[in-house]
Design a protein. Structure first.
Length: 341
């Protein structure tokens, strides 16, 4: 019996020793090449023809800080060829079921096809982006996406649609060169927005309510049957690069801290592995750009890569973020663009 006890003790001691050695053994010294790697926030990060630039700063403190802390979506505008960033001032995981009432505003950013931010606008969250590119409110509209005008503009007319016949409604619709509709579910009213030569008209109609159907997505779209059967999709949401499109490769990893899931984590929200500093190479158009950054399990931590929708574009977008519950200030966090110098 004692022999088995000694054997068990030896096994346990060996496991403990291996753990201690693995945790506290000194890291191999960095090569002179790796010592030259910079964090993205330290810049400039560049190769012969390309540079990585932070275009939108992010996470200057806790989630409650009044700043840009969450990237909602990135859209390619097929009409203007610009890129639109939709950002929120709070992280969703800090918001309860009534999150729509907790987000006071959104900020939209406009980037041209050379990877340079050219404008931004702060708007009420309830307005939202729709397929026309115009932000509509009951009392005004903002046409910033199309013509950079940030002012609240009045409708040329607001019409009570219940006083109109279906034929009269059809006449208004046929005269318009642009149409957008949304539903007021509480009052069972369709709000019809019609663009004519003189400007935008708003029509409130119960008669069109059952004929108005939503197309769900980040960009608000409604079909108005039978008058408008199909809307041409203007904004294309950029997808996160995966698999073969993922351009970042790790060259070296320095372990800093081990993370384990909590025993109470029954929903599998936690993660296990090693955090540390990674030394990375980003490959783009036969060139390599080197940098270092916070890494987890040998991957650049909490990073998304987006490519523009048109293949001949010469840039890509990197989004580095952290959770709302994380109070650490990672200078790397933000939205970056890789673009030609």
């Amino acid at each position: 019996m004692k022999k088995y006890m000694y054997l068990l003790g030896a096994i346990i001691l060996t496991i403990v020793l291996l753990f201690v050695i693995n945790k506290y053994r000194p890291e191999a010294p960095l090569s002179e090449k790796l010592k030259e790697y910079k964090y993205l926030s330290e810049g400039p990060i560049e190769s012969d023809n390309y540079e990585i630039i932070k275009i939108i700063d992010n996470w200057k403190g806790r989630a409650e800080v009044d700043g840009i802390v969450f990237l909602e979506a990135i859209f390619y505008d097929t009409t203007t060829k610009n890129i639109l960033f939709c950002t929120n001032p709070k992280e969703y995981e800090k918001i309860d079921d009534e999150w729509e009432n907790k987000i006071p505003y959104q900020i939209f950013w406009k980037m041209n096809d050379h990877g340079r931010v050219i404008d931004s606008i702060k708007i009420d969250y309830s307005l939202g982006l729709n397929n026309s590119g115009v932000f509509f409110h009951d009392d005004y509209f903002i046409d910033w996406v199309n013509n950079n005008n940030k002012t609240k503009q009045k409708y040329i007319d607001v019409i009570e649609g219940d006083s109109l016949s279906i034929q009269q409604l059809e006449s208004h619709i046929n005269r318009a060169n642009m149409l957008y509709a949304n539903k007021d579910y509480e009052n069972e009213i369709t709000n019809l927005f019609l663009k004519e030569k003189e400007g935008w008209t708003r029509i409130k109609s119960k008669k069109l309510y059952e004929k108005t159907e939503p197309i769900y997505g980040q960009v608000l779209m409604y079909t108005l049957k039978p008058y408008i059967e199909n809307y041409k999709k203007r904004f294309i949401e950029l997808d996160i690069a995966k698999g073969e499109l993922e351009p970042i490769q790790i060259e070296h990893f320095v372990k800093k801290s081990k993370q384990s899931k909590s025993l109470a984590d029954i929903n599998n929200h936690g993660r296990s592995g090693w955090g540390g500093i990674g030394y990375f190479k980003l490959n783009h158009n036969s060139e390599s750009i080197n940098f270092k950054g916070h890494a987890f399990n040998r991957k650049l931590d909490r990073t998304y890569i987006y490519y523009p929708i048109e293949k001949d574009q010469d840039f890509l977008i990197m989004y580095l973020h952290k959770r709302a519950s994380d109070n650490r200030h990672f200078k790397n966090t933000g939205i970056y663009v890789l673009r030609k110098k």
